[in-house]
Structures are given as structure tokens and as C-alpha cells.
Ligand binder design. Structure first.
Ligand code: HEC
Ligand code: HEC
Length: 513
């Protein structure tokens, strides 16, 4: 203990000494461990410039102060165990877990090489935030639950979105809402891709949970009132007036809210800060190192590993205490002890893990069709926005309906292509993450992911390049919207007027990326 304290003090002094060197790299200096320097997550100066202004700049979030953040106790990363679908569970498995000792597995003192840090980062990625919350142990052990929820199951019988955790000997809990819950994809062949556009059906589970809670409620009106009030936390954006998602939800019954959630397909989510009306595509984290804006609306900058650490801390809880002008999604609890945060070392390890993610081997050969498709890609000037090798220029495109504040230059103007392409403005104008822009997504990995478009409105590439999607009588194959039978999936006219052979070739090429 004594050694640890003196080390921390030393690191603090060293941190001050090397602050200048840190600034040169645009990164606030933190602790040095071996050769790796752990950036400081909650750096007030870095946080003050982290966000791209919202479409209404006055609502751009201001984050918690560092002195508060660092008083929050640390979250532990516990040893965790796979969850199996009934029938695939090894004999005596639960009994063995009941005998297992609780074990904290993230220990920065043991990390030496970069490989150690990456391996520890994977533990953080898989470390649950909550236990027995949305889903309970009994449910994942009930065969009927799989039929009811359509839960994807891996080829080896595991359900990789969850982990069993033993925090107290003899008690097995179902850990959930780790990064891995939302950022893991089970492929149709049963393989699992960590970091890919996830397909955990979170909004469908949430809808089931709401219906069950309503059925159980002694006073349904009281329950409904609570649901409406609580939606300020995830979705409130009062500066949007009639478009404020919370305001819109308040006029809906619980059944209607549940049905709206149910209409959101896996791969798309009403992540907090978006809404059930304008949910967001779950991004593929493989390749995130090269992206300079995070989120589909590009509202968080990614200037350094430190920014990704800030992003993770914000999105796993801290953003609920942001101030958007006069609005805050959630007041700070009376005691910091009610909260938990990741350590800077956990977040750094997590970031190194994300940076290390590689796509799975691509089964699609670069054959004649793909070569023809590449020629179509070049001829159609797709590289104007989707430039190889990243297949994105990392630019932001405004929606046509966005009105920039008069008389000022946008701080990101260098990265803006002032060329609206007509996709639906809902996510970027009618939510708390709305900047007025959509970023140009990378086309790498489209072979293993979908649905596409910012709200995942189309299921496949074939649908994205189908000109019928522009018609009002089109039935979107991905996210459609609650109560919507048909609607146009507007915009992004590129590649819509190709001959059937060119279209097929273009898609064959894209699937090789
Ligand atoms: C409840 C589901 C959920 C959990 C849990 C979750 N994410 Fe996400 N994550 C999302 C969704 C949905 C988005 C898209 C948000 C947007 O575009 O506005 C996203 C976006 C991101 C992005 C931006 C990537 C890009 O290219 O724009 C990063 C990085 C990220 N998440 C990392 C993490 C990490 C690290 C964790 C764990 C600490 C985590 N996420 C936990 C659902 C989740
Ligand atoms: C002027 C810039 C621009 C050009 C040119 C362009 N795109 Fe895009 N592309 C975008 C933007 C922006 C999006 C995201 C739109 C949204 O979600 O609202 C996008 C989305 C996509 C997507 C969906 C990806 C996903 O994950 O949702 C694919 C596939 C795609 N483009 C392929 C192409 C191809 C192929 C071409 C050429 C035929 C092309 N694009 C030309 C800007 C462009």
C-alpha cells in the first residue's frame, strides 16, 4: 500500500513535469506506467473542447468538473463467465459457479507489455455495468425466452451479450450493459465478431420489460407517469420544443412506447441522447482508431486516445450529468458513493483494446465482379466522400434543414463538406446528439454488418442501392418507425441509377472491403 501511494505521488510530480510534452501532442499528461503513458480521462480543458457544437449551439453540453469526477469511487472489473443457452450448458456448470470465489481481474500493477494492456482492455470491454437488471438469470436459463425474444445465440451455444459474475460467493448474477453487450455481433453462421455493429435486441427487450412492469403495476397510471418523467434522463431535449423526444413520448401510452421500441431492429438502438423516433445505427468499432469524429452525428471529437476514454466514460454514465444550457438529464446524487466510474487505467486499456480490433477474415474474393464494381465505384466518384484506404474522408455533411448560426464560422468548418445529400434529418436535428451533420461512414466491413443509414432504415446493401427506396410507398427493410407502414428512405442518391449488372458489381466490390 505504502509503495503504491509513493508511486502515485511520484507519478503526479512526473505528470506535472511532462505536462508540457503532453501538450505538444495535444494530450493532457497522466500517469506513466512502463513505457505507456496513461492519459488523464477527466481533464477539464480537454472536456471543454470535446464536443462539436449542437445544432442549437446554446445547448452544447458542459461536462462534470474534474474535482467531482475523481471523487467517484471506482468500478471493479470482476472475473466473468460465459452464459449458455439451455441445452448447451456444460454439466454441473452453475454448481461450479456457485463454488467459485469472487475475483477482481483488472489489476494495473500487473500490466507491463502493450499486449497485457490490450488483454486487460478486453476484460473491461466485457465488464458489466449492472447485474440482473433488464434480463434475469432465470430468463436466460428458460428455453421459451429465446423464442419470445429472438435472442441471437452463438454457434457454441453461448449468448455473448451477457456474462455471469460472482461478486459474492454463492450468488451468480447476470452481468449486462458492458461495451460487449451492444458492440458484439452474432453472425448467421454462429460466429461472433467482437466490436462489430452489435445485434443485441435491446429495445425489444426494453419493450417487453415495460409491458411486464405495466401488467404488474398496482397503479398503472402512476407507473405511466413515472415512465414519462424518467424519459427526461435518456431522451429529454427541451430546447427542441415540440420535437423534444421526451415531450413526444409524454403523449403516448406505455403500450405505444413499448410498440415503438419493438419497431427498432437489432443493429439500431434508441441509445440515450437519441430517441425511439430517431434511433441510431450501432457503429462498427473495428477501425475506430482512424475516425476523427465519434457518433453518427459526429458530435464528439476523437483527437487522441484520451478523447476515446472520455467518450467511454461519458457514454457509460457520466453524460447523464451534462448540462445542456439550463437542462440536465439527471441531477447529481447527494453522495458520490452512489456512483461508480472506470479508472483511467481501465479506460486506457479499453481504448488500446478497441484500437487493436481487426476485422474477421473476409470470405469475399476480389474476383472479376468485384473488379468491375471497383471501376463503377471510381466512375461514380464515391471516393469524393468514401476515399480509400479508410473509405471515408472523415468529413461531416450538413442536412439541408440545418440552419447554421448567422455570422459565425463553424469550428469544424475544415472538416465540413457543405453539400447536403438529403437523408432524413431527424437524428441530427431532433435529438440531444444532433449537430445538424451526419458523418461519412467508412465502408469497410459492410460485408459483416447492417442495417445501413444513420437510423438503420435499410437491411442490406442491395436495399441501399435500390432506387425504389426513394418512393413514398417503399416499405423500409430496416428501421421503419412506430406505426409506419411505408415511407421513403430519402437521400444519398449515389449509385441509384446504375444498371442491374453495375449495381451487382458495385455491391460485390463493397463486400470485399
Ligand atoms: C446500450 C448499448 C451500448 C453500450 C452498453 C455501449 N455502447 Fe457504444 N454505442 C452504442 C450506440 C447505439 C452507439 C452509436 C451512437 C451514435 O452514433 O450516436 C455507440 C457508439 C460508440 C462509439 C462511437 C463509434 C463511432 O465510430 O462513432 C464508441 C467509440 C463506443 N460506442 C464505444 C463503447 C464502449 C467502449 C463501451 C463500453 C465502455 C460502449 N460503447 C458501450 C451502444 C452502446
Ligand atoms: C457527397 C458525399 C458522398 C458520396 C459522393 C457518396 N456517399 Fe455514401 N454516404 C455518405 C454519407 C454522409 C452517408 C451517411 C448518410 C446517412 O446516414 O444519413 C453515406 C452512407 C453510405 C453507405 C451506408 C453505410 C452505413 O454504414 O450506413 C454506403 C454503403 C455508401 N454510402 C456507399 C456509397 C457509394 C458506393 C457511393 C458511390 C456510388 C457513395 N456512397 C457516394 C456520403 C457520400
Amino acid at each position: 500500500m505504502r509503495k503504491r501511494l509513493s508511486y502515485a505521488r511520484w507519478a503526479c510530480i512526473a505528470g506535472c513535469l511532462i505536462a508540457f510534452a503532453g501538450l505538444v501532442h495535444g494530450e493532457p499528461a497522466g500517469e506513466t506506467r512502463g513505457k505507456l503513458e496513461v492519459p488523464r480521462t477527466w481533464d477539464d480543458a480537454a472536456l471543454a473542447t470535446l464536443d462539436v457544437p449542437l445544432a442549437n449551439p446554446a445547448a452544447t453540453p458542459v461536462h462534470l468538473p474534474a474535482d467531482y469526477y475523481y471523487k467517484i469511487p471506482l468500478r471493479a472489473v470482476w472475473k466473468s463467465y460465459p452464459v449458455y443457452r439451455p441445452g448447451s450448458e456444460p454439466a454441473g456448470y452453475m454448481e461450479r459457479l456457485r463454488q467459485a470465489e469472487p475475483e477482481v481481474v483488472f489489476d494495473p500493477a500487473k500490466l507491463a507489455s502493450e499486449a497485457d494492456w490490450i488483454a486487460a482492455g478486453e476484460l473491461v470491454f466485457d465488464g458489466p455495468l449492472v447485474y440482473d437488471a433488464l434480463v434475469k438469470v432465470e430468463e436466460v436459463r428458460d428455453p421459451a425466452w429465446y423464442a419470445r425474444t429472438g435472442m441471437p445465440v452463438a454457434g457454441d451455444g453461448t449468448v455473448p451479450f451477457f456474462r455471469y459474475v460472482v461478486r459474492q460467493k454463492g450468488t451468480i448474477e447476470l452481468g449486462q450493459f458492458s461495451c460487449g453487450t451492444c458492440h458484439t455481433r452474432v453472425m448467421p453462421d454462429g460466429s461472433v465478431i467482437k466490436g462489430a455493429q452489435g445485434n443485441f435486441p435491446v429495445d425489444r427487450l426494453d419493450a417487453r420489460d415495460r409491458r411486464a412492469s405495466l401488467a404488474r403495476a398496482a397503479n398503472p397510471a402512476e407507473y405511466a407517469k413515472g415512465v414519462h418523467e424518467r424519459s427526461a434522463g435518456p431522451y429529454g431535449a427541451p430546447w427542441l420544443g415540440a420535437e423534444d423526444p421526451q415531450h413526444r413520448e409524454e403523449s403516448m401510452s406505455i403500450e405505444a412506447i413499448a410498440a415503438a421500441g419493438e419497431a427498432i431492429p437489432p443493429g439500431v438502438q434508441a441509445r440515450f441522447g437519441t430517441s425511439i423516433f430517431d434511433p441510431v445505427q450501432v457503429p462498427d468499432l473495428i477501425g475506430v482508431k482512424d475516425r476523427i469524429y465519434l457518433d453518427r452525428t459526429g458530435h464528439v471529437k476523437h483527437r487522441s486516445a484520451g478523447d476515446l476514454m472520455r467518450y467511454a466514460a461519458l457514454n457509460q454514465g457520466m453524460a447523464f450529468f451534462d448540462r445542456f444550457g439550463t437542462f440536465t438529464p439527471s441531477e447529481l446524487p447527494p453522495k458520490v458513493e452512489y456512483l461508480r466510474r472506470y479508472s483511467d487505467e481501465m479506460l486506457y486499456a479499453l481504448t488500446l483494446y478497441l484500437y487493436s480490433l481487426k476485422p474477421p477474415p473476409n470470405p469475399n474474393p476480389f474476383d472479376q465482379a468485384a473488379a468491375r464494381g471497383k471501376a463503377v465505384f471510381d466512375r461514380e466518384r464515391c471516393e469524393f466522400c468514401h476515399q480509400p484506404p479508410l473509405y471515408t474522408r472523415n468529413k461531416l455533411l450538413p442536412v439541408a434543414e440545418y440552419r447554421p448560426p448567422a455570422g459565425s464560422v463553424h469550428p469544424q468548418s475544415r472538416d465540413i463538406i457543405p453539400f447536403p445529400i438529403g437523408t432524413d434529418p431527424g437524428l441530427t436535428l431532433h435529438t440531444r446528439r444532433g449537430t445538424g451533420f451526419y458523418k461519412v461512414p467508412s465502408l469497410k466491413g459492410v460485408w459483416y454488418r447492417g442495417p445501413f443509414e444513420h437510423s438503420g432504415s435499410v437491411a442490406t446493401l442491395e436495399d441501399w442501392f435500390d432506387p425504389r427506396r426513394l418512393r413514398d410507398d417503399y416499405v423500409p427493410t430496416g428501421f421503419r418507425g412506430y406505426g409506419v407502414k411505408t415511407r421513403a428512405v430519402k437521400g444519398h442518391p449515389f449509385g441509384l441509377d446504375l444498371s442491374p449488372a453495375d449495381r451487382k458489381a458495385l455491391i460485390a466490390f463493397l463486400k470485399t472491403l
